[in-house]
Write a protein that binds this ligand. Structure first.
Ligand SMILES: [Zn+2]
Length: 371
């Protein structure tokens, strides 16, 4: 068996692969920070051979609580992903599979490589409804891409959606793919209604360096950029600076920051209740949107969460808190699960795409109340 992690977004170290059908592997730290959880690699083996892939340092990962009841994702083509039997054995995560083809990709979640990101931008660029703008560059000089859908104008609401501040939380870019596909569909009445009242500013990948490097949580400077919003710096968090500058330029009425959660059994949202300027108006808007999401998707819970921040104690270095405070608008972190919630068909990239698509109906329901 051959293990290849030299992929866009690849992450795994081979400890020992000498025994037939068995490989001992290890999660590799982020490129400049001691965090590890994400894995993505390619296995080459004779067809129908039973394989046992043992990630021996899973127990000492950044979020070890993420492993119980977790099943790894696999794909032959990087498009269609499915769950494979996985168990936790004395600190090792053991993945079992019997590939029908000679090459099988494995991932903590379905990978979203640069090639797919570029294809998504090209689709947007071909549409009369959208344009792609480069807002600046990451630490390593990769483009920070913004997709603008619709036209700004008097009375128009500005809806911002950002994804992959944490690069290993790839479900967030799958979510964006679902949202964007819907907005670009000229036959879709929901998209037509949305673009009549709003313009969308969408950042499919806020951390292109971390994504390419196979990092789980940080950028090329080793920063968790979702803790940099209060005082971003050109050398270490240019990604946040670029997006903040554009937010100031466009204004914002609704901000959605999409993430992945390691332990949750469902999708859920986090609001701004700890912000100094939090109000009954914002509490009502949060409730309306999250209840609408729960009604439209059975995998979304309006009740699940980390528990509310104490009043005035919200961390303003986190994107949704900073934006909510600065623009006094509805501003949420949306979390999608890494786990499948007990459904072996659940928690796939396809489900994240569906959630992104159905979320557009919930945004439409909220639009009239935003200001
Ligand atoms: Zn995250």
């Amino acid at each position: 068996m051959q293990i290849d992690a030299d992929l866009d977004g690849g992450n795994i170290l081979v400890v020992n692969a000498r025994r037939r059908g068995v490989a001992e592997l290890a999660l590799r730290d982020d490129s400049a920070a001691p965090m590890r959880q994400w894995f993505h690699f390619l296995v080459r083996a004779p067809r129908h051979e039973r394989l046992e892939l043992r990630i021996v340092n899973a127990g000492s990962s950044t979020f070890p609580d993420g492993w119980p009841d977790y099943r790894a994702l696999a794909s032959y083509d990087l498009d269609n992903w499915f769950r494979v039997p996985t168990e936790l054995e004395r600190g090792s995560l053991v993945i079992h599979c019997r590939p029908e083809r000679e090459e099988l990709y494995l991932g903590y979640f379905g990978a979203y490589p640069s090639a797919r990101h570029e294809a998504l931008l090209e689709r947007a660029d071909r549409s009369d409804r959208a344009e792609v703008v480069s807002m600046g560059e990451s630490v390593e000089g990769r483009s920070l891409d913004l997709v603008v859908v619709g036209n700004d104008g008097p009375g128009k609401r500005r809806v911002w959606i950002i994804a992959r501040q944490h690069p290993g939380e790839t479900m967030s870019e799958w979510f964006v793919e679902g949202a964007l596909s819907r907005l670009l569909d000229e036959d879709d009445p929901v998209a037509r209604a949305l673009l009549g009242e709003a313009v969308f500013y969408i950042v499919p990948n806020m951390n292109p360096d971390g994504s390419a490097l196979g990092n789980f949580r940080t950028n090329a400077a080793g920063r968790d950029i979702n803790r940099e919003w209060l005082s971003p710096r050109p050398g270490t968090s240019p990604e946040v600076l670029a997006v903040r500058r554009m937010l100031e330029e466009t204004d914002v009425d609704f901000f959605l920051d999409v993430h992945g959660d390691e332990t949750a059994p469902c999708s859920f949202a986090i609001g701004c209740e700890g912000n100094p300027s939090y109000s009954h108006r914002l509490a009502r808007l949060e409730k309306l949107f999250t209840e609408s999401m729960a009604d439209s998707d059975e995998g979304f819970s309006a009740e699940y969460g980390y528990g509310p921040d104490d009043p005035g104690k919200g961390d303003l270095s986190i994107a949704n808190n900073w934006v909510g405070e600065r623009f006094e608008c509805l501003s949420l972190t949306l979390e999608l699960p890494f786990k499948d919630g007990g459904d072996p068909q659940g928690g796939t990239p396809d489900r994240a795409v569906e959630l992104g698509s159905s979320a557009m109906e919930c945004v439409l329901e909220s639009l009239g109340d935003l200001r």
